[in-house]
Design a protein. Structure first.
Length: 251
């Protein structure tokens, strides 16, 4: 956990960083924060109006001109991912950072009642889509001198919890896939792969999972950005195949 990390103002200068689920919650904060530290951010998500508002905020703050990439992981095909890679190759020629942040909670419900279609949807958005997107983007990551790939995990991706169903399973798969890929790329020093667990954070998803909770006790997405910046930028070079926490555990 690097919550006390103090990034330099130009930490991500000249880096091209793609953030999925960039329109809301943690992804929105990460996109704004990466841009504030000099990155050219590609804003990927499914609700264009939200991406446009992040785009406007980055422009208004005088950050590097971002790009918007509308994509819904539900229904996205291999062709969509390869078309995306082609577009990014044309525009930028490389990718220096990839924050897999988009996520779907599904339902907190006893497994006996879990709807199979919803299960498939959660697996599609949280793990299958990100896996094939990563495969399509690997050649662009290989063009970078120092590429950081971050998969967003969760505490229920490290220890199973009753009723968390597909969400928990998808996060276990995320941890597993990141380890497999990090090991496979062990000799490619220019690409690192890690998982990042944000911990309890004040967003819409957290509200859905814990409706009765007093949200004012939770850290905001902005407050956990130091770890997000550290793991995306050069100060974490050499760190790969690790499970990182964005904030200390709650007492
Ligand atoms: P939010 O629900 O606030 O944001 C999720 C983002 O993912 C939104 O931008 C959403 O887009 C996008 N998204 C959802 N489904 C799709 C889809 N089918 N295609 C493209 N984009 C999609 O969640 P958080 O910010 O809280 O969560 C961010 C990540 O952090 C997730 O991976 C989550 O699992 C993880 N996490 C969060 C914790 C927390 O306490 N908040 C704790 C542990 C892990 P749209 O706005 O259009 O719906």
């Amino acid at each position: 956990c690097k919550i006390d990390y103090q990034p330099t103002a130009n930490l991500l200068e000249n880096r091209v960083v793609l953030v999925t689920g960039a329109g809301d919650g943690i992804g929105r904060a990460a996109a704004l924060s990466y841009a504030r530290h000099g990155a050219t951010v590609i804003l990927l998500g499914r609700t264009i109006s939200k991406l446009e508002s992040v785009y406007d905020e980055i422009e208004a703050a005088g950050g590097p001109q971002p790009a918007i990439f509308p994509l819904n992981f539900e229904g996205a095909t291999l062709k969509d991912f390869h078309d995306m890679a082609e577009t990014l190759d044309r525009e930028f020629g490389r990718l220096d950072g990839l924050l897999h942040n988009a996520g779907l909670l599904g339902r907190i419900t006893p497994f006996e009642q879990y709807n199979p279609e919803l299960w498939e949807q959660v697996m599609q958005v949280n793990i299958n889509g990100p896996i094939w997107m990563t495969q399509a983007l690997l050649p662009l990551l290989q063009q970078s001198k120092d590429a950081s790939v971050i998969f967003t995990s969760s505490s229920v991706g490290r220890k199973g919890r009753a009723y968390w169903g597909a969400y928990s399973v998808s996060k276990f798969a995320t941890e597993g896939f990141a380890e497999v890929l990090a090991d496979e790329l062990e000799n490619q020093a220019n690409i690192r792969i890690n998982t990042l667990n944000p911990g309890a954070t004040r967003t819409q998803m957290r509200r859905s999972a814990f409706p009765g909770e007093d949200a004012s006790t939770l850290r905001t997405p902005e407050e956990i950005m130091p770890t997000y910046l550290w793991l995306m930028g050069p100060d974490s070079a050499g760190v790969s195949g690790q499970r990182i926490d964005a904030q200390p555990p709650r007492v």
